[in-house]
Design a protein around this ligand. Structure first.
Ligand SMILES: [Zn+2]
Ligand SMILES: [Zn+2]
Length: 265
């Protein structure tokens, strides 16, 4: 299975507009200014592409999906898993139309019942049978899931996680890989599904300052040590994570992911 990190940033992205607006004077670790010349500091909104047996599953459709697809030259998409309804994970859905135009059937989207309802109400024109079916409308079939299902020969297990007060927020386990971009804590039933991982891809928002719906670096490291995958890659990072100076805090089997990183697992 091949994983491509399409985006590794939090909802603001890096560089953040806020930091540009004040001339990068208050960026906590100067990461937004460094991102202008070091691509590994530059983070589009979080998403991964999973390839297996010639099929490609996109996990989340970020507002940066268009530039991610162009950058990685994604040739086709066979299914989409959505973690939750927040805009940094669904804002690129209209751009998926380029991948549905020539398909014989709608593109399958999977997610929690809450997430599927939210997508339907956020983009009503896509699902209105009276909308003119030209090239401007993506052809999508929504599938609400709560239990493990098979996709391209891999078992996909929805992982219910706590992400502030949002209901129906998922991570996904796909074979021996788990992707959890937005999480504050794991219910015990989800923790029990995370043993024997080759790779854990986990939320890491910022260094220390607590957040009500995300893990800090210290909390992400503690959770990763408890789960103990063979490899842990941190994603959904703000400008408060400097992949060079913060690397000393990580264990040898942990790393900060970056946009464009690819790995075989
Ligand atoms: Zn997010
Ligand atoms: Zn900044």
């Amino acid at each position: 299975m091949k994983i491509t990190f399409l985006g590794t940033g939090t909802s603001h992205g890096v560089p953040a507009i806020d930091c540009m607006l004040d001339g990068y004077k208050h960026c906590p670790k100067d990461v937004c200014r460094l991102a202008l010349t070091d691509a590994k500091h530059s983070r589009t909104r979080s998403s991964i592409l999973v390839e297996h047996a010639g099929c490609r599953a996109l996990v989340d459709v970020s507002p940066d999906f268009r530039q991610q697809a162009l950058r990685e030259k994604i040739p086709k998409i066979d299914a989409v898993l959505v973690t939750h309804c927040h805009a940094d994970h669904t804002g690129g859905i209209p751009d998926i139309r380029s991948y549905t135009a020539k398909r014989p059937a709608p593109l399958d989207f999977f997610g929690s019942p809450e997430t599927m309802r939210s997508i339907q109400s956020s983009f009503p024109y896509i699902f209105d049978p009276n909308t003119f079916r030209g090239g401007g409308i993506p052809s999508i079939a929504l599938h609400a899931v709560t239990q493990p299902f098979e996709l391209f020969g891999q078992t996909v297990t929805p992982l219910l996680v706590e992400h502030g007060s949002l209901l129906g927020c998922f991570g996904y386990r796909i074979g021996a890989v788990a992707y959890i971009p937005d999480v504050k804590s794991l219910p015990p039933s989800t923790r029990a599904m995370l043993d024997n991982l080759d790779c854990l891809i986990l939320n890491c928002l910022r260094e220390t300052r607590a957040h009500q719906s995300h893990l800090t670096l210290e909390q992400s490291i503690a959770l990763a040590r408890d789960i103990r995958p063979k490899l842990c890659c941190f994603v959904h990072m703000s400008h408060d994570i400097n992949y060079i100076t913060d690397a000393s805090k990580l264990d040898s089997w942990m790393e900060f992911a970056y946009d464009g990183l690819q790995m075989e697992v």
